[in-house]
Write a protein that binds this ligand. Sequence first.
Ligand SMILES: *Cc1c(COP(=O)(O)O)cnc(C)c1O
Length: 396
Amino acid sequence: MNEESIYYLDNNATTRVAPEVVEAMLPFLTEQWGNPSSAYSFGKTVGKAVAEAREKVAALINANPREIIFTSCGTESNNAAINSALTSQPGKRHLITTAVEHSANIKFGESLEKRGCEVTWIPVDRAGQLDVHEIHEAIREDTAVVSVMTANNETGVIYPVEEIAAICRSKGVLFHTDAVQTPGKLKLDVKSMEADYLSLSAHKLHAPKGIGILYVRKGVSFQPYVMGGEQEQGRRGGTENVASMVAFGKAAEIAMASLDKDLGRIKALRDRMEEGIFNTIEGVSRNGAKKPRLANTSNLSFANCEAGAILLLLDREGICASSGSACTTGSLAPSHVLTAMGLTPELAMGAVRLSLSKYSTDKEIDHLLEKLPEIIAKLRGNPTKTTESATQEAKR
Ligand SMILES: *Cc1c(COP(=O)(O)O)cnc(C)c1O
């Protein structure tokens, strides 16, 4: 399928790489291929580009460049933060996180439980929101770290991380936040947020996959997760992924310059999309509070429909959307996020996530609003229709 026939409504899974970003990174895949750690000038010019990229990513979250560690992805950043909190405080074996985190945190937490750590999983209510008092109550003498995402990738629900950070600070506990879904959608300021660790990933911000950062607040001790050379001030071994770092820097710069302008347009499009769906289809419910919620995300449950079947028929029309997170597709289990919110298995299985970006167009929304009502009617017309029968049909 070529790009013209793609209607991309899955920007929380990954985003299109901006043309300006490709242009900025190309020299580092062609003539500027030196090792940034080398002492000769062919390497040093590359090192300078890495330093500039670090400054730009730091500016995106109002951090000092020295507080930025480049990593291979958001998953690594999350794992590295929690690992560091535990290894730098050997007596502390308890951590607090939520039931709705990205699988990067869920799986890591589960593996830590098997290795003798204790994890408190903070629940959420029907709107997907958590109660900060529960976090306050869960903090113990041996709590090494509290990790709460800034915004949820499936529902777009925004969490009160500043308030949680303040609680952690008052109790002397480290605080990490997975902010991967927020650049380009929220203003981020680590100074006012007072997080000790914060994770970002470039591919959710119109830069390539395979590059992330972990912010580590000055004065917070950091124990490396990936050990090797002295790169990243000895905090993360491995020869720098220069082109991708430069790309991340460029994407951060663009996002900062156009956040306000982009966000208003994205929100207007998303709201028009939701309104259009609610006006033309019965039995639709929105998952996740109306506010506070990311302006680009919509998670909707279609009663008496299976998301797998909806997605197959949408795909046939060139529309890319997802059910839950990309990482859990392929499995028949309902989303852990929607389950934690207390949705019935039926409604959780009927949930579709539509997520926009600054590249989303009216044409894409119009196409969705034209096709979706037919698809839902078709699936409801045959109540026994399962993912398999939709597959058969899609093949015809
Ligand atoms: C995408 C995502 C991640 C994982 O980032 P990768 O760079 O793909 O490893 C982590 N957390 C959230 C909230 C995400 O949306």
